[in-house]
Design a binder for this molecule. Structure first.
Ligand code: TXA
Ligand code: MG
Length: 348
């Protein structure tokens, strides 16, 4: 494929968005690589949203100490409806504001093709259709949903030019498409429609007034709205196994009917079922497998899930954070599902 000359050094990753460059960017995304793309709000770090490993590399690149759910971008409302459950409010909003800077948090469809890791294991998904020709062309050419958090390291300011992306994410991206400075310059509004009372989790390009004019009064956002997905058991229904999770399980014998979430080449014997996050000890592979494997092991006929220790470095921090919070749910009084009480072996 013809690849246009890079525009200038040292930004040799930056390409003007010719048809060839867009096709190349889409091919990189389909291969599981990361690409910097412009949107009307800020530049995004784009990855194939259906590819767990590509999504894991987004968390790695951003250096996030925990898995915050990512916004999933679609080429149009119809494509978004294949991933999320839309109600009448959602349809009214997207008719008015898409493509545009409004992200809707909706229930995930049962057959949602998007990586569980991209949604941080939540039962909801954040969807948006960006209002930028380059982003829409990449989405169309990639032919799949794209996870795209702002293309900056966690905790630093969001990028509004291709040069910003090169400066902060240059070593992680295969290329950056230059769509010029972002028209809006602040992130999209995140509106939670997964509860009866809609509320704004993150103010952004579309104002609360504009939303209320269409769907009526909004609820008060919870304190620290952006942190809410980190609070398991609240309205966001953070996914946690329905059976107890036992961390750092090595060294102790398996309990009756216990499953094992393993890590590394030497999982101990004696467990009812073993899933290995990464036999080679690769933390990125482990992150990619985490939520899907937890689901496989979450069976009512198991007494619990033992988890091998995972090194607390790099993505290991985010994995351990998520596992600790999933384990804590089990300690909350009343949080344990009633069916567990039938299993006497659980307390043994
Ligand atoms: O303008 C934007 O939205 C940019 C451009 C690149 O499109 N993208 C962006 O993505 O800001 P990201 O992934 O950095 O934003 C994620 C925000 C966080 O506030 C996160 O908590 C919220 O969306 N979010 C994502 N999924 C969620 C969910 N299922 N429930 C609640 N909040 C969610
Ligand atoms: Mg951000």
């Amino acid at each position: 494929m013809f690849l246009p000359e890079p525009m200038s050094l040292p930004e040799k990753l930056i390409f003007s968005p010719s048809a060839e460059a867009i096709a190349r960017a889409a091919a990189f995304i389909r291969e599981g690589r990361l690409v910097g793309i412009p949107t009307e709000t800020v530049y995004g770090l784009a990855a194939d949203a259906t590819n767990d490993k590509a999504v894991a590399s987004v968390f790695e690149a951003k250096g996030r100490p925990r898995f915050n759910p990512l916004i999933i971008h679609f080429a149009g409302a119809e494509a978004a409806e294949a991933a999320a459950v839309f109600d009448d409010r959602a349809r009214d909003l997207v008719r008015r504001f898409w493509p545009g800077p409004l992200t809707l948090v909706l229930p995930r469809r049962a057959d949602c093709p998007v990586s569980l890791l991209a949604c941080a294991g939540l039962s909801t998904i954040a969807v948006r259709v960006p209002d930028h020709e380059v982003a829409l062309e990449v989405l169309a050419a990639a032919g799949r949903p794209i996870a795209a958090p702002s293309a900056n390291a966690s905790g630093s300011v969001s990028p509004t030019t291709a040069a910003h992306v090169a400066a902060s994410m240059g070593e992680y991206v295969a290329m950056i498409l230059d769509g010029g400075p972002c028209r809006i310059g602040v992130e999209s509004t995140v509106l939670d429609l997964s509860d009866a009372a809609p509320c704004v989790l993150r103010p952004g390009g579309v104002s609360a007034d504009q939303i209320e004019a269409l769907i009526g009064p909004l609820g008060k956002p919870p304190a620290d709205a952006e942190a809410r997905p980190r609070s398991p058991g609240l309205a966001l229904r953070h996914y946690a196994p329905s059976i107890p999770l036992r961390l750092d399980a090595t060294g102790k014998p398996a309990r009756p009917h216990e499953a094992l979430l393993a890590f590394g080449p030497h999982p101990p014997a004696g467990y009812a079922l073993v899933k290995n996050l990464s036999a080679s000890g690769d933390l990125s592979e482990a992150a990619a497998n985490l939520f899907a494997m937890l689901r496989v092991l979450d069976r009512k006929d198991f007494g619990g899930i033992a988890v091998m220790p995972i090194p607390n470095v790099g993505l290991g921090e985010a994995i351990n954070d998520r596992l600790r919070r999933a384990a804590e749910i089990e300690l909350e009084a009343g949080a344990r599902p009633a069916h567990m009480d039938r299993h006497s072996h659980r307390t043994g």
